[in-house]
Write a protein that binds this ligand. Sequence first.
Ligand code: PEP
Ligand code: MG
Length: 751
Amino acid sequence: MVDRQVESESRKLLGRLSAVMAEGGAGQARLDRIVGLIASSMKTEVCSIYLFRDAETLELCATEGLKAESVHQTRMRLGEGLVGRTARTRQVVNTADAPAEPGFRYMPETGEERYSSFCGVPIQRLGEPLGVLVVQSKAAREFTPDEVYALEVVAMVLAEMTELGAFIDTGAALSARHQQAVMFKGTSGQEGAAEGHVWLHDPRVVVTNPIADDPAIELERLRQAVDKLRVTVDEMLSGATTANADQVQVLETYRMFANSRSWMRRMEEDIESGLSAEAAVEKEQSLARSRMNRSGDHYMRERLSDLDDLSNRLLRILTGQGRDTGAEMPDDPVLVARNIGPGELLEYGKKLRGIVLEEGSVGSHAAIVARAWAIPLVIHARNITQEALNGDVILVDGDQGVAHLRPEETVKTAFRDKIAMQARALERYASIRDLKATALCGSTISLHMNAGLMADLPSLKGSGAEGVGLFRTELQFLIRNKMPKRAELSALYARVMDAADGKRVAFRTLDIGSDKVLSYMKPNDEPNPAMGWRAVRVGLDKPGVLRMQLQALIRAANGRPLSVMFPFITLPAEFYAAREEFEKAMARERILGHALPETIEVGAMLETPSLAYAPDCFYHEVDFLSVGGNDLKQFFFAADRENERVRRRYDTLDVSFLSFLDHILSRAKAAGTPISFCGEDAGRPMEALCLAALGFPMLSMRPASVGPVKHLIRHCNLKALRGVIEEARAEGAASVRPAVTKWLTSQGWLM
Ligand code: PEP
Ligand code: MG
């Protein structure tokens, strides 16, 4: 419990700080006044404020008590000295005998050896370190918990002020946060360059009033907001299905926190000390976040993350800010998010110019959607959601995996040149759009595109693809919030076939599970969903949706040719059972008098190694095979396609994988069964060339890749490339990539 006297002292100090802020004036002058106020209020000889100059360096920005000349001169690295330790650990350092502390650093320019006691408090906003507030005195004494608490409250206000740009000063080292140019080096998820304005998927709440005059009003605001929060959580709980144990468990934790007396008491104390209701919520949230960063205990981290989410909800209630802030999406939005699922991304649609994620992975379906739409994507851009504000200018360099936030003019100019160059390359591809992908050796590769939405179909003409080699039907299910009806599906598939205008479309039946989760279907609590109940496994166990889909496809074809393939076939028996469902659907439609497709092809996706070793009869029975390289590679190398750490260790051009593909190709060839490759690698120029050289007669890729791949094939002798691959294999190379790169360079294809 915080002492009443301390509370009123703290309130007085905050009142004075608020007055300093209202006075206006230069940032440095404000800082100087503030350290003076804190020192006199805390009755200490010294008060100093250190702020980060860059991610690793702290700079003394204002002081009362230390030598004035040391301001903006004294700097220390993160972790260096007691100030650096406070910043690194994000924990209070409170000692009566500073020079005796391990790591103490003597700084002669400040004259600080005369001070014995030291108390450093981190200045941080939502776990993001901004600097350190320090008080020192000659008398050897530890600061009391109440004094430390008062300093924490002040540090919280300083953090908000820094965030709001209150200390910007031309002469000082302090520059406004969220105003400088920042570059983020991440990983490329989809090539291409885009310029646009930031649109935050989850905008951060801005607290503009950290200090409040009347605690009674703030307490009432907090209570009302918490009441509202409790009602929301209760509503969420009553809406959650008991079958979804995970969701219920999280919501139960939310309810526990929302009713927590100690959480409430801490926030009430913060308000009594002079903070506004939202600043109080944020102060506790900041403390929880820094605890979260320190905690190695998984369970503890999960609970703290629940509290974090709950605090965000409370802040949104208090400030009226939220996802639906009423802010208008810019015309050229670049989506910035911690992570995003394919369903959420599909809701944004093609209007996005670029996407930058803090997490994410190249193999995820969100990345596949971005790739299908040719939206430049950068993943692993650390901390970008903390730095970016809605409306900031941003350049996305999907080739290099780099994002430039608030870029300098020179960077912008260079970037625009790059965009213009890419536009010229596209024109070049347009000129070969109607030509075949015939290589110099005479073999012709059939190039198709992957699609999943109606909006993808116009690309069929523009890209020069011969057809749709993979139509991911689940994307239609993902963009809805309820199960589509058979009539709707049938109308949609008919429109897809109309748009394809006689070109082949291979419809893949629903592939849900793994990272493709339908909000309206009971989720499964599976430890490893990629290897769980997904795709055709769901279709066969609960055939209702599969039957509806097959019927919709037959009706949509309405006498036209129809190609259907089943995803994730692991055993021939699964294929036969799925095909039987198709035959039953045909029989039903025949009885109902509907026109049956003119020709029918029923194929299987080869996505698990087991199918490569299926008996011969399977290879003869199946009408066609499509190698789903994304999944096949994940299971071949036992490397999660969504986990960048392991995914990148294994190369598609690794000889073991190529030998495996060779084996599959030879089996298909021996049976005379058409085979294609439709994983993401088919759209990567070097991989596509190698797959073609290996013998894949058909590749299906994202539409934007058709032009570049066709261009390359038309200038390449695939037989010669096959020779290069054979030679590298014979020489015992681990991957054929170096040999192929060398060969392509010698042909003038790579610089
Ligand atoms: C694949 O696995 O390669 C594939 C094409 O299917 P998806 O990426 O949709 O799993
Ligand atoms: Mg797959």
